[in-house]
Design a protein around this ligand. Sequence first.
Ligand SMILES: C[S@@+](CC[C@H](N)C(=O)[O-])C[C@H]1O[C@@H](n2cnc3c(N)ncnc32)[C@H](O)[C@@H]1O
Length: 357
Amino acid sequence: MPKVQGNKLIIENQTVFFKSSEDMSELDDESIDLIITSPPYNRGKTYSSDFGEFHNDSMEDSEYFSFLTEVWKECYRVAKKHAIFFLNIGDSANDQGKSEKVALSAEKASWIRLQDIIWIKTFLGRGHYTPTGGSRRLNNIWEHLYLFVKNKKDYEIDPKAIGIPYADKSNIGRYSDSDLRDAGNVWLIGYEKTTGATIKKGHEAPFPIGLPYRCINLVPNVKTVLDPFGGTCSTLAACLKLGVKGYAYEKYPRIKVIESRILEGKEYQESTESLIPHLELSIKLLVELTSKTYNELPKIKSKVEYNIYSILNEVLKNLNYSSPLKLSLEKRIKSFEHSLNSKRQQEKRYKQKKLTN
Ligand SMILES: C[S@@+](CC[C@H](N)C(=O)[O-])C[C@H]1O[C@@H](n2cnc3c(N)ncnc32)[C@H](O)[C@@H]1O
């Protein structure tokens, strides 16, 4: 059961301190294996507590960056020698280049920058994003996840722990005996369907549980995780799922939102949608299994069905398939397009007739 004790909330092995992370004296020096966080973006977002207090998300740049550096210094103090730090931040049209400065603010606190992972939030229309670009720019669908370490000679990650299967199976045995390869530094992680109005109440911009979940899995033997800017505490939800001890700091807490977000971790299932190679392999298998018996597909009855058929057709084209199933797909697509065109022509003729009468 969740328990609020003074200025902290405890849920099983997860603890949230309701105070500023500029001072994390509750945590011992060199006690944390992994830090995962997304700081306030200083972009005029609303972060407010149950008690009516608001974070000022429109600071002067100099104040913002020195505030961040103070928190990163505290993170450095509590981090074990081999610790790893994932720092998530994205740019918007109005503050292009800010993430780079945020990364520099961490370097100022002695963190060593190793790599930039691109977190893709949505892809080819899959996943949520607010259409804000209008006619002036494209929507921003990715963010940075900077990877820092405390000591360049003493840290370890295990890329295969979040690996993907080979698309070309002849590679198995060439590099290792398993059908697993490093997924690389572009991660497609969509938002969970539940990330909506309820979770956002008073706390904009939670990241999906899948993000910290993947970071924790990437690092071997993680026992303690810290998120100095907890927000809804998605990081602790991932910790709960993985049985890792988690700590978060949140100065402007929405306690009920935090409780339910952390407990959401229990039900969390990693989405396989993000694993495109897996998806393609399953389609390949499906086609192989069905193509002998599937000579004729049912007719397409709606635009939605047409879209799905077209996507499958595109994937099969990429996989160089020309099976009976593929031919039947093409036939159905063409026939639907033909009937759509005839319908349009008919409507046009009808309108013209009405005008001339
Ligand atoms: C981008 S949000 C974090 C969202 C979080 N990753 C999640 O999934 O919900 C940044 C959070 O930092 C909090 N914050 C602002 N100033 C803080 C401070 N001095 N100490 C701790 N938290 C602070 C804000 O209230 C906000 O909830």
